[in-house]
Ligand binder design. Sequence first.
Ligand code: C5P
Length: 236
Amino acid sequence: MKYKIIKHPLHIAIDGPVASGKGTISALLSLRLGIIYIYTGGMYRALALSCLRNQVTTANETDVLAQLQKISITLSPKVNGDSSCLVFLNGEDVTHEIKKPNIAQTAPLVAKIPEVRKHMVLLQQQLAKNTSVIMEGRDISLRVLPDAQLKVYLDASIVERAQRLFLLWQKQGISTSIEDARLAAKERDAHDQSRSVDPLQKTPDAQVVQTDGMKPDEVVDAIINKLIAQKLIEPV
Ligand code: C5P
């Protein structure tokens, strides 16, 4: 089934904790609606990668900011045939490299720096200007797109999220356990929920989609139904 967007630009904000399915759902929704999705976590991960490569201590905010000034981080969202949002660091495609666990662990340490967030939020808002987008991250409903027509908070139990993270690690050839995945997810969420600026939270105007036991297409259908109910899209 195809859908028509009733009024452009349509902004859909998707937030949620680690391994709640934001990336998978955003990519599928992007294909179904024919609009791009923007992976904001990729920007924080790219900065984390750059800090690690250049031995920049993430605890030193001035050094992290100096590093941020030296690099270019760009996102390349595509919706033709397949939906993807590639991440480039100084022109190098780092989309796969930034998925590694050590980068995931380092990203919240750079993401908690207020000046880093200011910089990233501006870039993200520019990407959405006059463009229909699905944007996923942690502060999209709250800060990046506060006027988004639909705000979704994707959630799942820690048991399910640990299982998903474990499977992702297995696909990457990393030998580990579900318990390690559970601990890593909990630690990262704790960082993201406790930082002083724009911590991860369910904003009062966000609709929670609890995804335990749901297949990705079922989650996408649930979001599509909300968009239809709010008269933001219609089947054609
Ligand atoms: O979404 P992903 O897990 O790739 O994000 C990596 C990290 O980037 C998060 O754990 C969080 O610290 C940070 N992030 C953020 N704000 C966003 C997106 C990601 O602080 N909008």
